[in-house]
Design a protein around this ligand. Structure first.
Ligand code: GLA
Length: 641
């Protein structure tokens, strides 16, 4: 079967089970993405308003999961107080299934490891297990795959818990069974959370060794992780959308989480927010320092793509293992603080029945959890970037900030934290409270210096006088912004993600390459290609960097009166020929527009009265086609006041 026919049949099958066509089909693909809509175009999701928290079996047990282990860890969540802090999802990952019953397609649970699932009349059921989790005041999550087969069936071949039986019986993934499986998992069994992996559309290629040796149905890959050009982005998205629609149908109360696990492939870092509550931004985390850097980087530059109900997911926590075990608490604390400040879901991956207190102290740091769970939902933004040290600042409710000083390297690092990093006034005292040791530091003005141990992350709550006393910069409120169109024409791989040495192939091949599409996406306080913002020679330390032919939706949740910015073509643009125009809309009405501008034109002020507007949209159109190169624009010092 050719790739084209296969994708078509995947889509058709997905749609067969869907009550309504996907959003793109409803609105018509021809809709002008730059036309103001006057509405927030993401679904208002009930769950996941803050990053989901809980526990997952995978990093603790891989496929050697069983009921006692899960219930034991769940009980520990409750007994230790972690559940009260928000760790409520208890997720069973890969390994739970026995087979798909071919007479009626019903999934069968491996009751040897989940004894309570025996059920009646041969119908195994997770209902008793889920009820037990619910009775503990927790929520239950399950794992599946978007294709016919799951990841363990290719990567955990020595597992005692692989699906059994004929080729068809071993097809435990959602493919061809979306509606049936979702009805079973949510309607009948009562789960609250579904993670959907993507190995089934990635690793079972016709003629591959795995297919030949294990007799799986061959599936022409829709995903090629090494090449976005060889990935059928629309087909992958279509399959996930069909699952999202089934989930919505079978959970009319909206009480569910949909976790997309396509490892940052298929441009999911750009569209995941439209489809699910969270999407993996990278391949699997491993308990290695440099892999943690890789996963962190895949999400940390994507602040504008996350918001309440939709989160970048750099993968589950590996605190407790390898480089992050109880003998490496500096590293473990860094991993945790970093996930917290970039609003990553916090999913513990450790056998909690036997957790040492030193690790419990990390997960249960209420101040750091509060940073992650702040209701504003603003992902931390990188205020200082280098390969050695980073400073990440996150807006908290009530005018406070959280700031993490992160030493990525092997040596000590001197880190100067400035008022400007925090967007606080230079001449007023700034107070820092250390969220690890709870000490309050002597107030400082302007800047203060820290010496960080190798791999250390200091994390503080910061209070001070805001630099913009009467307003807020857009880059301070990514959670209120939806990147409706980012102007990217052809997705490109993101080169700023740390390329750790291949954990699976070692140095046998030629090395690691940038692989996650999304390069050129909208950025807070940087250009889409990670340059400093600069218009006609004038540098700006704050603003939104975005390609032309883009539209941002901004909630005016604080009832602000004015939108203000200095606009222009950024000096870093490769397209120095074409002209652009900047426009501001309020609830769909044009409020202000700039004159046509080109490379080299000085930044121009653009402001609009947004007093009655609930939704502000800012749009950059491009006129002319003298160049095919990307046209970088800057909304410098963009603010709501
Ligand atoms: C993939 C996912 C992991 C885990 C395993 C299970 O690798 O990315 O998070 O679910 O599959 O096999």
């Amino acid at each position: 079967m050719s790739k084209r026919t296969l994708s078509a049949s995947f889509l058709t099958l997905g749609l067969l089970f869907a009550a309504a066509p996907p959003a793109a089909a409803q609105t018509g693909t021809a809709a002008d993405p730059l036309a103001p809509t006057g509405r927030w175009s993401l679904p208002e999701r009930k769950q996941g308003r803050t990053p989901p928290m809980g526990w997952s079996s995978w990093n603790a047990f891989r496929t050697e999961v069983d009921e006692a282990k899960v219930i034991g860890s769940a009980q520990k969540l409750v007994d230790s107080g972690l559940a009260k802090l928000g760790y409520v999802y208890v997720n069973v990952d890969d390994g739970w299934w026995l087979k798909r019953r071919t007479s009626d397609g019903r999934m069968q649970i491996r009751t040897k490891i989940f004894p309570s699932a025996v059920g009646k009349g041969g119908n195994t059921s997770f209902r008793p297990f889920v009820e037990r989790i619910h009775a503990m005041g927790l929520k239950a999550g399950l794992y599946s795959d978007i294709g016919r087969n799951a990841c363990s069936q290719a990567y955990d071949l020595h597992s005692p818990n692989l699906p059994e039986g004929t080729t068809a019986e071993r097809e435990v993934g959602l493919f061809g069974h979306v509606d049936q499986d979702i009805a079973l998992y949510f309607g009948e069994w009562g789960f609250d959370y579904l993670k959907v992996d993507a190995c089934g559309i990635n690793v079972y290629a016709p003629g591959s060794a795995i297919v030949k040796q294990y007799g799986y149905t061959p599936v022409t890959p829709l995903i090629d992780q090494a090449s976005i050009n060889r990935t059928d982005v629309a087909a992958v998205r279509g399959l996930y959308e069909a699952v999202g629609e089934a989930l919505a149908r079978h959970n009319p109360d909206g009480d569910y989480i949909f976790s997309l696990c396509a490892w940052g492939s298929a441009d999911v870092r750009s569209w995941g927010k439209q489809v699910g509550h969270m999407w993996r931004t990278s391949g699997d985390i491993t308990p290695n320092w440099t892999r943690m850097l890789h996963n962190f980087d895949s999400a940390s530059t994507r602040a504008l793509y996350a918001k309440p109900g939709a989160w970048n997911d750099p993968d589950m926590l590996f605190v407790g293992h390898g480089d992050f075990d109880e003998r490496h608490l500096t590293e473990a604390q860094s991993h945790f603080a970093l996930w917290a400040i970039i609003n990553a879901p916090l999913l513990i991956g450790y056998d909690l029945r036997n957790a040492p207190q030193s690790l419990m102290d990390i997960w249960s740091n209420a101040d750091i959890v509060a940073v992650n769970q702040d209701k504003g939902g603003h992902q931390g933004v990188i205020a200082y970037a280098s390969d050695d040290v980073q400073i990440i600042v996150k807006t908290l409710s009530g005018g406070r900030k959280a700031v993490a000083l992160f030493n990525r390297g092997q040596g000590q690092a001197q880190v100067d934290l400035t008022a400007a990093h925090l967007k606080f006034a230079d001449n007023a005292p700034i107070r820092l409270r250390n969220l690890w040791d709870k000490s309050t530091l002597a107030p400082f003005k302007g800047e203060t210096r820290f010496t960080l141990a190798p791999r250390q992350t200091l994390i503080f709550e910061a209070t001070g006088e805001r630099r913009l006393a009467d307003g807020i910069y857009l880059s301070e409120i990514p959670g209120d912004i939806n990147v409706a169109a980012d102007g990217i024409v052809a997705p490109e791989a993101d080169p700023v993600v740390h390329r750790m040495m291949g954990q699976w192939s070692g140095t046998r091949d030629n090395g690691e390459r940038p692989i996650y599409a999304g390069w050129g996406g909208a950025q807070a306080d940087a250009t889409p290609y990670d340059q400093a913002l600069q218009i006609a020679g004038r540098r700006f330390d704050t603003g939104i960097g975005i390609l032309a032919r883009s539209r941002l939706e901004i909630r005016n949740s604080g009832g602000r009166k004015r939108f203000e910015a200095l606009v222009g073509v950024d000096d870093s643009t490769r397209n120095t020929k074409d002209q652009v125009r900047f426009r501001v809309y309020g609830d769909g009405r044009l409020l202000a527009e700039s004159a046509p501008m080109r490379f080299g034109d000085a930044a121009r002020p653009l402001s609009a009265d947004i007093r009655s507007a609930k939704l502000v949209e800012i749009v950059v159109t491009a006129e002319g086609s003298a160049s095919d190169l990307p046209l970088v624009t800057t909304w410098a010092e963009a603010a709501l006041r």
